[in-house]
Every structure is written in structure tokens, then in C-alpha cells.
Design a protein around this ligand. Structure first.
Ligand code: DX5
Ligand code: ZN
Length: 228
């Protein structure tokens, strides 16, 4: 199911955070009809970030409703306590924050052992050096271009330097990890992140607040491809 995440060229993963949670299955269906090839689900615990969203019960319901691959972005304290549960639900990617982990290598291996792809996320203030020791243990690195916690924030350009640095590290080491970016993606910022190497590009408000999911996804992907 995850082959689309390995394909050539950047793809947009709509984030559900700002969608209508009163009609969640309908929103999933709308996004798929609009051409979304994968979905990004933001799990927030009210501790690692101030907001509280949903947990594995709701993710499992989305998994049943969706046909496309699902990424779960865990913005939680002690993510190691819950990765096995999300892997068991059958999500395709589990992204965990390096800032929240005591033993990143172990948690990444546990995610992979549970059958999901293990992505390591880093917040804007966290340097690339903090994920470097774990690059061989992960399938992807999720570079945050906003402070985790809320949709609709302004893009932080520090992400561009980090994506470029990670792309160079991957090249130098012959690595295979994917480059992902999350936060503040718009028609203005998607070109620069794609040019810097981002392949899995999360877009929340740019899609969900656009009023036309299909047009916004197509427009974002067209811009991302045009810069390569
Ligand atoms: C922020 C979340 C993002 C958010 C993206 O904490 O991780 O996934 O939903 O929303 P936009 O694209 O509006 O910044
Ligand atoms: Zn996210």
C-alpha cells in the first residue's frame, strides 16, 4: 500500500487537522476523491503540545474508512509507549519526535518491527545533528517548518536549510530515507521545499481551507514538480 510513498517526484499529504471532524469519513472520502495519495493524521496529547486531538481509536476508524496510506504524526510525550498500538492499527508511517524520545533507535526499530515505516520528526529549534545518529534506523525524516501544535501557522524557512543538509547527508552516506516536511505549506512555500529535497509534503490549511480540495492538491503538486 505504501508504494506511492516511494514513487518518483514529490507528493502532497493532506493533514486532517483542520477538517470537519463531525464528518470524518466523509472528509477522508472527499480528500481521496480529490486525488490525495496519502493522508497525514496529527496525534496531539495536550502535553508535548497544548492541543489534544485524537488517539488510536479514531485513527483506527480512519484506517477503515481510507483506501490510501496513512501517516500518523505523534506529537506526544513518551511516544515509545504507544507506537506498537498504532502499528497494530495498520498505519503505514509512524512519525515520532526526536525531542520526545529517550532511545530513538530502539523506538524506530520497534515501529519497523510492527510493520510500519519509521519516520523521525524534528521541530524547528532542533538541529539536524540531533537526528543524524539515527538516519540508518529510519525510513524518513519529517522536518517541521512550524512549531508542532497547530495548523495554519506561518512557514519557518529554517526547514529549507535542514532539508538541504539532510539531502546532502543522504547523498554522502548512500542513505535511502525519505525527506518529509510539515507546516505552513502553501503555493508560495511548496516550490522552495521541493527544490530543497522534500518528497513527502504535508499540507493542512492550504488544502482544507481552500474550499476546493482537488484544485489545491493539484496546484500544489504541480508547483512542487515544476521546480525539479
Ligand atoms: C502542526 C501539524 C501539521 C498541521 C499542518 O502541528 O503537525 O501537520 O496540520 O497544517 P498547515 O499546513 O496548516 O501548517
Ligand atoms: Zn503533522
Amino acid at each position: 500500500m505504501s508504494a506511492v510513498l516511494d514513487g518518483k517526484g514529490p507528493v502532497v499529504l493532506p493533514a486532517l487537522l483542520l477538517c470537519d471532524f463531525g464528518h470524518l469519513a466523509h472528509e477522508v472520502d472527499r480528500l481521496e476523491q480529490a486525488g490525495a495519495v496519502a493522508l497525514h493524521l496529527d496525534v496531539m496529547d495536550g502535553r508535548f503540545v497544548p492541543q489534544l486531538t485524537y488517539g488510536d481509536v479514531v485513527v483506527e476508524a480512519v484506517r477503515r474508512a481510507a483506501r490510501v496510506p496513512i501517516e500518523v504524526h505523534l506529537m506526544v510525550e513518551e511516544p515509545e509507549r504507544m507506537v506498537a498500538g498504532y502499528a497494530a492499527v495498520g498505519v503505514d508511517v509512524i512519525s515520532v519526535h526526536v525531542e520526545a524520545l529517550t532511545d530513538p533507535g530502539r523506538t524506530l526499530r520497534e515501529i519497523a518491527g510492527g510493520g510500519a515505516r519509521a519516520h523521525l520528526a524534528l521541530s524547528p529549534g532542533t538541529p539536524v545533528e540531533s537526528v543524524e545518529p539515527w538516519l540508518d534506523d529510519c525510513h524518513g525524516v519529517l522536518v517541521m517548518s512550524v512549531e508542532p501544535g497547530f495548523g495554519g501557522q506561518r512557514f519557518n524557512p529554517v526547514a529549507l536549510e535542514k532539508l538541504a543538509a539532510l539531502a546532502a547527508l543522504r547523498e554522502a552516506r548512500g542513505g535511502t530515507f525519505r525527506l518529509a516536511v510539515d507546516g505552513g505549506i502553501s503555493t508560495e512555500t511548496i516550490g522552495p521545499v521541493a527544490a530543497a529535497g522534500a518528497e513527502l509534503i504535508v499540507a493542512g490549511s492550504a488544502v482544507v481551507r481552500s474550499g476546493d480540495y482537488a484544485r489545491s492538491i493539484a496546484e500544489l503538486e504541480a508547483i512542487a514538480r515544476s521546480v525539479l
